[in-house]
Design a protein around this ligand. Structure first.
Ligand code: PRP
Length: 177
């Protein structure tokens, strides 16, 4: 049995919009003349992906991979599973991974290793939120959005037990396992 508090807003719609615009401007500058594959990690990245690509008016492709580590728990299990795999070739492509949050770093480290084995031309990471206080493995975020405190983050695609993904703000909740 678990329970959670009412979501408390950490970042407003306006702050998110400004940050996504900044990320898009940085990405546009770096990928001029390229044709990158933006790879979102499901489910949490789908809102960021939708907002970001509409600010990137250059040729790109979109793909998703579904990984899972948390299940219904607050803590990452550390056992990353590919729930739905890639359908696009990675070899020789410029890959930009789109992630909602880097917490322990275990999920993204797993994915970056998985992708490196497939020999992309380049591999970078954009993450809307970063929770460095809980990091277990080092991760370089090429396009970082917000730094968030050690609280459970929901909204803008992120969930608690599949709830709250619809919230337009980035919020924190107190949860009890
Ligand atoms: C969340 C989030 C990241 C990962 C980050 O995914 O979307 O992928 O955890 O945690 P880590 O840095 O500690 O590994 P989750 O497994 O909750 O799946 P979801 O995106 O479908 O909600």
């Amino acid at each position: 049995m678990s329970s959670e508090s009412k979501p408390r807003i950490l970042f407003s719609r306006e702050e998110i919009s400004a940050t996504v615009s900044r990320l898009a401007a940085e990405i546009k500058q770096d990928y001029q003349g390229k044709h990158p594959l933006l790879l979102g990690i499901l489910k949490g990245s789908f809102v960021l992906m939708a907002d970001l690509i509409r600010l990137l008016n250059f040729p790109l492709e979109v793909e998703f991979i579904r990984l899972s580590s948390y299940g219904g728990s607050r803590q990452s299990s550390g056992r990353i599973k590919v729930v739905q795999g890639l359908r696009s070739p990675i070899k020789g492509r410029d890959i930009l991974v789109i992630e909602d949050i880097v917490d322990t770093g275990l999920t993204i480290s797993f994915l970056l290793d998985y992708l490196r084995q497939r020999k992309p031309a380049s591999l970078k990471l954009c993450a809307l939120t970063d929770k460095p206080s809980r990091r277990q493995v080092p991760v370089t975020i090429d396009y970082p959005g917000f730094t968030v405190p050690d609280e459970f983050i929901v909204g803008y695609g992120m969930d608690w037990n599949e709830q709250f993904r619809y919230l337009p703000e980035l919020c924190s909740i107190e949860v009890e396992d």
